[in-house]
Design a protein around this ligand. Structure first.
Ligand code: FEO
Ligand code: CA
Ligand code: CA
Ligand code: CA
Length: 582
């Protein structure tokens, strides 16, 4: 007789095969449909999407931004919620009829309006499906020009003062908002990633110092051409402007009039997400990856403690605290070991004026240099961090790193065990005594992605990788309340050579205890899947499909026919109304 207490498998769905189709595929017994796509109208007066690429900046500023990324859900009532969603960047080949080949000042404004954050209401209908509400009083677009406040130790510092803002506290906008975080006091955290790519200069021989170069800044931008039409983005004219980006921004989604706050105590780097946990002591701990080859993994510990029900107090918790960076101990050949968090505080561990750090603000603005100074471990591009609901373990996707083993400061070993790592891995660590404020931890590798059909060595992947669940470049990561680990990929979708059999980018689900991994969904052509949020009953899962058809790859997702591909949030439900993944 089967006991009712007999443990049912955590992963209850039939896995889907790899796919190269231009569709979003979910397991048998599930359905997926679009919730909202780039250009759908959010504000009351906004026009409907028009795929000609000729709508103006004002239209875009009232519509859902492009390239959906990290997102969080904030419940309003049983059948009402807000979604706060990052719009990371935009693809000029689709944004403009001229595909970016003849940018005007108005075009730059439109591109700036396609970036940032979208906040909007969603409602559940009688049939259980959610839809978004155009014109809800909560709906808001945050763009590269929304007024924000710089707060914390860097606010008012000479290095963040500009000709337009002599106070060094009033910043305009946010862009390249990658992934996200959510606080227990009801705010949304949006993380500024590749901010450098929006700055450039007409002065081609512009010389920048090593600290600026470390962030990728230079006269040549990433192709957005903002500096050609908007002098705020010309580095020769406004050298401090980039110091005002690369932060984590805290937003109150419930108040569309609120001013977003850039929280400088959490450091300036190419932020991926912000995984927040309330430690048993009451301190708020935020884990953060810096997504670049050979960069680092950080954590912030709040100075003050969370107090249940004290909203005003809690809203200041990210204002003040201690930043740390991870050092992993590596033992020859071992795929596990110990590690420690090293404090990034002015005056400690060589973070002194003699070494180029005049004060704590400089430690935070140039967090990458500070991390190097204290001997942090160079990682294979730390992307999302996710914390197990039992709070005992933490996971981070290390997406890939073609430079591993080729550069002196990126030696092979520890949690980065493969040279020319094009598959990626997920590292897991256990804070000592399950205390997130502890400076000691132990680590192992939850999975090494790889291709066992092509390789027999470490590039085949770890034992939990096989022909039917292969993937590369894990990126998005999150837990549901039952402890399923959800993994999204942003990798090579050629389906050839080292990547044969992997197909399009995909979403997988893992049992962190057994190590089992099953493929849950596959995305359309040339997309990545990024961003996930659950309804409070865990019966709806929202998943972001970013840049389908990038670089003019032949996608017509989601509308099909000959339509222009559009970044889209998918709504996934079980046909029997059950919990996702069960
Ligand atoms: Fe925006 Fe590192 O991904
Ligand atoms: Ca990412
Ligand atoms: Ca990525
Ligand atoms: Ca992306």
């Amino acid at each position: 007789v089967a006991s009712v207490s007999q443990k049912t498998a955590l992963l209850g769905f039939q896995p889907v095969p790899a796919s190269t189709a231009d569709t979003f595929v979910v397991p048998a017994g599930y359905r997926a449909q679009p919730l909202i796509s780039w250009g759908d109208p959010l504000l009351q007066q906004a026009p409907a999407f028009d795929e000609s690429g000729t709508q103006n900046s004002q239209a875009q500023a009232g519509q859902f931004g492009d390239n959906t990324d990290g997102m969080s859900l904030f419940p309003l009532a049983e059948d009402r919620a807000l979604l706060a969603v990052n719009n990371e960047y935009t693809n000029y080949e689709y944004l403009f009829a001229h595909q970016g080949k003849s940018m005007s000042a108005e075009d730059v404004k439109k591109a700036q309006a396609a970036h940032g954050v979208s906040i909007f209401e969603i409602r559940r209908q009688a049939d259980g499906r959610w839809h978004y509400v155009q014109g809800s009083e909560f709906n808001r677009r945050i763009t590269a020009y929304t007024p924000m406040q710089l707060t914390g130790p860097v606010a008012g510092h000479p290095l963040v003062k500009t000709a337009q803002d002599t106070s060094g506290t009033h910043v305009l906008g946010t862009f390249n908002n990658c992934a996200n975080g959510q606080t227990p006091w009801g705010t949304y955290l949006t993380c500024e990633e590749n901010f450098h790519g929006y700055f450039g200069s007409a002065q081609a021989d512009l010389a920048l110092d090593a600290r600026a170069q470390r962030y990728g800044l230079g006269a040549k931008d990433a192709g957005y051409q903002w500096h050609t039409q908007d002098e705020r983005f010309d580095l020769a004219q406004h050298p401090h402007e980039p110091h005002r980006f690369g932060w984590i921004v805290e937003i109150d989604p419930m108040n569309p009039e609120s001013t977003p706050l850039k929280r400088t105590a959490l450091g300036r780097f190419k932020h991926e997400n912000a995984a927040l946990v309330l430690d048993d002591t009451g301190h708020v701990v935020v884990y953060m990856g810096d997504d670049e080859r050979g960069e680092h993994l950080y954590k912030f510990v709040s100075k003050h403690k969370y107090q249940e029900g004290q909203a005003q107090h809690n809203r200041q918790l990210l204002e003040e605290g201690t930043l740390y960076v991870a050092r992993f101990e590596a033992q020859e050949g071992a795929l596990e070991g110990r590690g420690q968090w090293i404090e990034l505080t002015h005056g400690k561990h060589g973070l002194t004026a003699e070494n180029g750090f005049a004060d704590q603000a400089e430690v935070l603005i140039f967090a990458r240099a500070a991390a190097t100074q204290v001997g942090a471990t160079t990682m294979d591009r730390p992307e999302w961090v996710a914390i197990h609901p039992n709070k005992q373990s933490v996971f981070c996707t290390l997406t890939n790193n073609k430079h591993r083993g080729k550069k002196d400061h990126q030696p092979v070993g520890g949690p980065n065990p493969r040279a020319a790592n094009h598959y990626g891995q997920i590292v897991r660590w256990y804070p000592a005594q399950a205390s997130h404020i502890s400076q000691a931890f132990t680590w192992d590798l939850f999975v090494l992605a790889g291709n066992p059909e092509v390789h027999q060595d470490l590039y085949a992947g770890s034992a939990n990788i096989h022909a039917d669940n292969m993937f590369n470049s894990p990126d998005g990561l999150g837990f549901d309340q039952s402890g399923r680990l959800w993994i999204q990929t942003d990798g090579n979708y050629s389906n050839a050579g080292d990547f044969a059999g992997m197909g399009n980018n995909q979403m997988l689900c893992a049992d962190p205890h057994s190590g089992e991994i099953k493929r849950f969904a596959t995305g359309p052509i040339a997309c990545e899947l990024t961003g996930l949020a659950f309804s409070p009953d865990y019966k709806t899962l929202f998943v972001g499909v970013q840049h389908p058809g990038e670089d003019l790859a032949p996608s017509h997702f989601p509308a099909g026919g000959q339509s222009k591909p559009r970044s889209t949030i998918m709504m996934i439900q079980k046909e029997d109304g059950g919990v996702i993944g069960s």
